[in-house]
Design a protein around this ligand. Structure first.
Ligand SMILES: [Zn+2]
Length: 158
């Protein structure tokens, strides 16, 4: 028996359900990534509805800022922390099924090294399958993680 046995991870039923409607190339990459990853992860979001985009955009913004971008005023929640920096509230690739958000499991938002491990598996899987992906913690793919504007460690898109 080999001394180092890689732990096997599988996508939970919930994670699989969140891949419904996501572009098949990206689904393939996620499914391969879970097989090779050293860090278990779950899918927290795939397809995002318009309403969810509005909810996200409203966080940390006033009604004036919302309505200026066509987001109904009722979604404004200026006291909450901002979660999106999109110029156009609806331009997220989640709307078209070309993005997924993955979070290390057990969930720990503070340990960024675990997000890096998930990314490593995603990039290895993408390469193997010939799919080109971008990661929200390294948009320009220069290997320098979390430069200015690269705040979205869970986010992968095609
Ligand atoms: Zn995302």
């Amino acid at each position: 028996m080999s001394e180092v046995q890689k732990k096997k991870f599988v996508l939970s039923r919930l994670s699989l359900s969140r891949l419904e409607g996501v572009h098949p190339d990206l689904v393939k990459v996620v499914k391969r990534a879970i097989e090779i990853t050293l860090q278990d992860f779950l899918v927290v979001e795939g397809i995002r509805t318009e309403e969810q985009c509005y909810i996200n955009y409203g966080k940390g913004r006033t009604w004036e800022q919302c309505t200026a971008k066509g987001v109904p005023a009722k979604y404004a929640q200026p006291k909450l922390a901002k979660v999106t920096w999109l110029t156009n509230p609806l331009s997220s690739k989640h709307v078209t099924g070309k993005a997924v958000d993955l979070v290390p499991y057990p969930v720990d938002w503070n340990d960024l090294s675990k997000f890096n491990q998930v990314a490593q598996a995603m990039f290895a899987a993408a390469k193997e399958l010939g799919v080109s992906i971008r990661w929200g913690a390294d948009w320009d793919n220069d290997g320098k993680y979390r430069e200015k504007g690269e705040y979205d460690s869970p986010h992968f898109e095609i």
